[in-house]
Design a protein around this ligand. Structure first.
Ligand code: TMP
Ligand code: MG
Length: 295
């Protein structure tokens, strides 16, 4: 047993998988030696910071929060559900390459956003929609957000979901601290407060690299932070750190929520630590505790 595992016993949980634990040890030690002022955290939102399921029931993504709210007509809800049933299986299909999936993801997001725009959603209705939803951040999220804030570690939330909704989820919990920055799809409201479009370039699950490169200003501001802790749940999340300047060490933690048997090998090949059906922030929290502790 390695010494760092004694310091991070959470890594021995039955849900934790590592292809190369020596490599994990090496990365952790290097980051710790560099000091926490060299660290930045980059995390996906849906199904990474939020739970995948609770009591056997799927939890909503930021899109689903809107889709199943009173803001969407019954036919609108049925159409959005249809899109989900068509395209989600493609998103998580481990037999298809990312290149093959790309056009389908663009189609899904484009159709879903067009449907949302048709619904004439008002900005002032979002708070209630989030309040009435079943949105749930992962167990231990309070410690995660507070720990990063206390140590002034920047957290970039990089999401193909809806920025306005995910911010509202975190704000309603009271944890939208000033060290958080969000790259996501933000709604564009007209002067009367009605949704008329989405701002900027579309972010879907498999174009986060392009999104990262477009936001070079953010990474320029953090140019002294060469070490990254990356959290994701999709293979598309692996490119979220592609804009980081002079990257030295990156530790990638992947939540494997769905299609576990089919996805395991590819997750093990690409994420340093794989968390199988783990609905908690225990492992990221323990790693942050290790990295920020004095010894
Ligand atoms: P993420 O990058 O924050 O994980 O957000 C992307 C997730 O959003 C992805 O898993 C698919 C999901 N999604 C929906 O649930 N409904 C939709 O209409 C769309 C376009 C995406
Ligand atoms: Mg996700």
């Amino acid at each position: 047993m390695f010494s760092y595992i004694q310091q991070i016993p959470e890594l021995t949980k039955a849900t934790v998988w590592m292809k190369d634990s020596k490599r994990v040890e090496h990365i952790l030690k290097s980051i710790k030696e560099s000091g926490i002022n060299t660290l930045q955290v980059i995390s996906d939102f849906d199904m990474t910071l939020t739970r995948f399921a609770h009591n056997g029931k799927r939890c909503p993504t930021s899109h689903n929060i809107l889709d199943s709210s009173k803001l969407i007509s019954e036919t609108g809800q049925a159409e959005l559900k249809n899109l989900l049933n068509t395209y989600y299986p493609i998103e998580v299909d481990s037999t298809r390459s990312i290149e093959e999936k790309l056009p389908f993801m663009v189609e899904w997001w484009t159709k879903a956003h067009a449907l949302l725009i048709e619904q004439k959603i008002r900005k002032d209705q979002l708070t209630a929609a989030v309040k009435e939803s079943d949105a749930m951040l992962r167990e231990g999220f309070q410690l995660f957000f507070d720990h990063l804030h206390q140590h002034s570690i920047p957290l970039l939330i990089f999401s193909a979901g809806i920025g306005d909704i995910l911010e509202e989820v975190i704000r309603q919990e009271g944890f939208f601290h000033p060290n958080i920055k969000v790259f996501s799809n933000y709604m564009d409201f007209d002067e009367s407060g009605v949704l008329q479009d989405f701002k900027g370039e579309l972010i879907h699950v498999y174009n986060k690299r392009e999104g990262a490169l477009l936001n070079s200003g953010h990474f320029q501001e953090l140019k002294s932070r060469h070490n990254v802790l990356l959290l994701g749940d999709s293979l598309g999340d692996l490119t979220m750190a592609d804009g980081v300047q002079d990257l030295q060490n990156i530790l990638k933690i992947g939540y494997l929520n769905d299609k576990v048997e089919e996805g395991k090998q590819s997750y093990l090949d690409s994420y340093d630590i794989v968390l199988e059906r783990d609905e908690t922030m225990d492992v990221p929290n323990a790693i942050l505790q290790y990295l920020t502790s004095a010894q």
